[in-house]
Design a protein around this ligand. Sequence first.
Ligand code: R5P
Length: 308
Amino acid sequence: MALFSFPNYEHIARELRSTLLLQGGQFTIGRYDNQELYAKVQGSVTGEHCLILGSIAPPDEQMLSLILLAHTLKKEEAGKVTAVLPYLAYSRQDKEKPGESLGTAWIGSLLKASGVDLVITVDVHSERDKKLLCLPVRSLSTARIFAEVLRNQSLTDAIIVAPDNGAISRCEEVKNAAGIPIGETPYFEKRRTEQGIIHQGPVGRVGARVVIIDDMLDTGGTLVSACEKLREAGVKEIYILVTHGLFTGSQWTKVWSLGVKRIFCTDTVPLRADIDTTNISILSVAPLIAGELSSTDKTAKRKIAGGR
Ligand code: R5P
């Protein structure tokens, strides 16, 4: 296996290279004078299983560079191309709306047409995504990582809350991994309207200390609204566990005035440089990805197994 990693994913690539027997693939992404992008791969990749580690999230240049690289690797006769996209952008464009693009399906077509054979991601947004992408997708669960946070932070007795219906199964998975009885998970009914989020709840009993679990914090609109309602319901202390920390804009910072003590999020999205991380903990998904890669391709032997 050869790893072709984009610079902003070096934090994950470093650990993959040191844990697995991976060759570092050399490539350049550049622009011609007329600003058209090109990709150039150095060395032979014939018959090789090539991993591309990066993102298809905005800026759009990221996606274009990644699919151009996939195309180039296949053109140079790579045996297999796996796109490791820790955060799968466009995954929320998975609902059929008259007159609107179905972004998830579109992304799937682009990846496939560009030569990607498999996508490995973390906590995919929905099961619908897997069908819409129309190519094999492996979604790795962060349940164990979050369960460890609950144990380390002595939060196993806090009430786990789902900010919307879609998050209930994630909460249950984390409870299961942490050995907490599944029971009922308090949740919110959520609807997005042109005016904003309409949130009703919490449905179910909450205590003084809660943990909200969701797949992503984008603008934070969902979490701010949930925290407001939880405060009204008498909650004093809130902890947030999210897989993908996009931290778009500044609305999300309102959570600090709503009883939120700490946000735990993984490093699937490179953290915005201007964010104050005093009360934010970043959890690495590199071990999760390394584990998947070593079982995907038996030639990638873990160092601990005596590989090197
Ligand atoms: C929704 O289905 C997702 O699971 C998240 O709750 C949501 O997309 C987060 O977005 P935002 O932070 O902008 O509310």
